[in-house]
Design a protein around this ligand. Sequence first.
Ligand code: GLV
Ligand code: MN
Ligand code: MN
Length: 425
Amino acid sequence: MAKTLSVEAPRIDGARLSRTLAELGRVGAYKDEATGLTGVRRLALSAADGQGRRLVIGWFKAAGLKVSVDRIGNVYARRAGADESLAPVMMGSHIDSVPTAGRFDGCLGVLGALEVVRTLDDAGLRTRRPLTVAFFTEEEGCRFGTDMLGSAVATGRIPLEKAYGFRDKDGLSVRDELAKIGFLGTADVRAVKPHAYLECHIEQGPILRRHGADIGVVQGVQAISWREVVFTGKSAHAGTTPMDLRRDAGVAAARLSLELRRMAGSGRFGAQMRATVGSVLLGPGMVNVVAGTARCTVDLRNPADAKMAAVERHLDAFLKKVGREEGVKVSWRQTAKTPHVPFDAGVQTVIADAAARLGLSAEPILSGAGHDAQEWSRLCPTAMVFVPGEYDGISHNPREFSTPKQCADGVNVLLAAALALAERA
Ligand code: GLV
Ligand code: MN
Ligand code: MN
């Protein structure tokens, strides 16, 4: 029978963690033309995602974890506690990626949690509460348009049937694609209510590195608003249609992009306002045809809900104006929207204490990116551990890189925090 926990947490095996991250990083690897680097392309519910999922589940099973898959394809792997009547401490993140990813975003949280389990096994330690390691479907939102999809379903924000109906750009549905890769599970999506939720993640920005901090104790996640905006004008001959007779959807899209940059830089919505048009699809998209349609994405981020509401009102007014001035019809739909989410102060203290005990410098930080943790924070006390990244923390890019030491520090903090929480009644 394994020992129960001693006060001093063991240390993780950083080399094993790096090897495991590298191995998962080979699934969906592609040669990136822009950087010349090898990146990761593992869109949610693609064949590569299926392969990555099976690889990670194999590791879970080899570590003796009991694996279940729920009806939205979220994967939970449970390590028994000394008292099985207690709710588990859950550690999770995602392994799906944007099409131009590195190998750390999300994967560090999942494989870090696996490393926590492996370390406890090596040390022969059994926690009082069970531990659950989890990864969630379509965190990125790149394929089916809505981010944090699996964790939003598991925590009740998005109904399962609605999520099943989301489609990718080729019209393929979440439900069918789950079935295709063999991850249309049977476990109840609302089955898990953890005692606490922890997520270790790369910062994906420059702050910790610039401040020389080893660890970020994440205070919360800023508000996110995504829209799909469609401008419909009139396609016409590029050589013969006078400029003043055009209803050019491409020009409307270009004006949207410029306006978002102007608006974000104006200071009116706070210094941390971020606004991006990340995708514009022009139809018919030909050199000699004025664009009749433009389908654009809009990504807005702001730490303050009131400022987010103000920027959305500003955008509404701008869309009306550009429609009028360019003679195009404007329609839009909200594809994702989450408020500013503050994390639990008690769990932040547990993380900060864990870092201090490990002799690591830690500072509070607000997350610029969205995370599964923001969904779980509705169900249970939640906070995140951030790890700095090299090259100004670039992410959603194959250049994304955190050193083995940075990753190991983050996962040692995850381990110590999980142990502290798992011993609590
Ligand atoms: C998740 O990667 C996000 O878009 O914030
Ligand atoms: Mn992520
Ligand atoms: Mn991401």
